[in-house]
Design a protein around this ligand. Structure first.
Ligand code: NAD
Length: 264
């Protein structure tokens, strides 16, 4: 297959099913000629990811739970053995106790704060460090964030705090690895109906608000995120690093509800 990703090999972490943002990204990359490896969290999700990996032309499917660092190491070891090097990595992983994705942020428990930070933020740093060791010829890394990191979104709570730390990590990792030709960026996606998205209380209302009030008057799709990811992971963005790139129909630039919404 020819395309702008021909000859490039990368790891996709975070496909749970065909609604996952990571799947939208994988489709765009595979369509542009990239060779992919996938991870899955637990056997139940593995059954869903297996046919998707096959659809993307991949036979590399590895278990990984980022709470278990040994499983992250095993993924990197397997890729080292199979490919010897890595050109890109996609981290589309997030988790928080859904009982704390509602109500007051102030009620966040210490245990869930730590767990949310480790899974949704620090795992990217741990993966980046290991992936960078396989990127002797340079590479690109991408994670997924949400605008609840910089503005208060109802119910997003501790995930907003974790995403703020994740975005700061993107900048620090970009500085760490820039001289090695490794670029580190994030996409800040607008709300999308996914498994993780459904864990946030009133997710439906957030989708409807975005649809009515974003400049483009629509929500975004996993395919919208996929094509922006293709840019950030390909040589088209070779001069870009440390960037938080919004794929949100422009919602982040607004300061008040759309007038047509207010008048209706
Ligand atoms: P999703 O449920 O399809 O994907 C979340 C993934 O995280 C799943 O594959 C799950 O297995 C994985 N995961 C959770 N805990 C893990 C662990 N301990 N070890 C390994 N994997 C683990 O949902 P999604 O919406 O595609 O989420 C992907 C990323 O996009 C997340 O970081 C999410 O915060 C972010 N995001 C989502 C939205 C949205 O509205 N859906 C918007 C902006 C950003």
């Amino acid at each position: 297959m020819t395309g702008i990703m021909a000859g490039k090999r990368g790891l996709i972490m975070g496909v749970a099913n065909n609604h996952s943002i990571a799947w939208g990204i994988a489709k765009a990359l595979a369509g542009a000629g990239a060779e992919l490896a996938f991870t899955y969290q637990g056997e139940a999700l593995g059954k869903r990811v297996k046919p998707l990996a096959a659809e993307a032309g991949s036979d590399i499917l590895l278990p990984c739970d980022v709470e278990d660092l040994a499983s992250v190491d095993a993924v990197i070891d397997a890729l080292k053995e199979r490919w010897g090097k890595l050109d890109f990595v996609v981290h589309a992983i997030g988790f928080s106790d859904k009982n704390e994705l509602k109500g007051l942020y102030a009620d966040t428990s210490r245990d869930n704060f730590s767990r949310t930070m480790v899974i949704s933020c620090f795992s990217f740093t741990e993966i980046a460090k290991r992936a960078a060791a396989l990127m002797a010829d340079g590479g690109a890394m991408l994670t997924l964030t949400y605008g609840g990191s910089v503005r208060v979104m109802p119910n997003y709570n501790v995930m907003g705090v974790a995403k703020a730390a994740l975005e700061a990590s993107v900048r620090y990792l970009a500085a760490d690895y820039g001289q090695n030709g490794i670029r580190v960026n994030a996409i800040s996606a607008g709300p999308i109906r996914t498994l993780a998205g459904a864990g946030i209380s009133d997710a439906r209302a957030m989708l409807s608000w975005q649809q009515k009030n974003s400049p483009m008057r629509r929500t975004v799709t996993i395919e919208d995120v996929g094509s922006s990811a293709l840019y950030l992971l390909s040589d088209l963005s070779r001069g870009v690093t440390g960037e938080i790139h919004y794929v949100d129909s422009g919602y982040n630039i607004t300061s008040m509800p759309a007038l047509d919404t207010l008048r209706s």
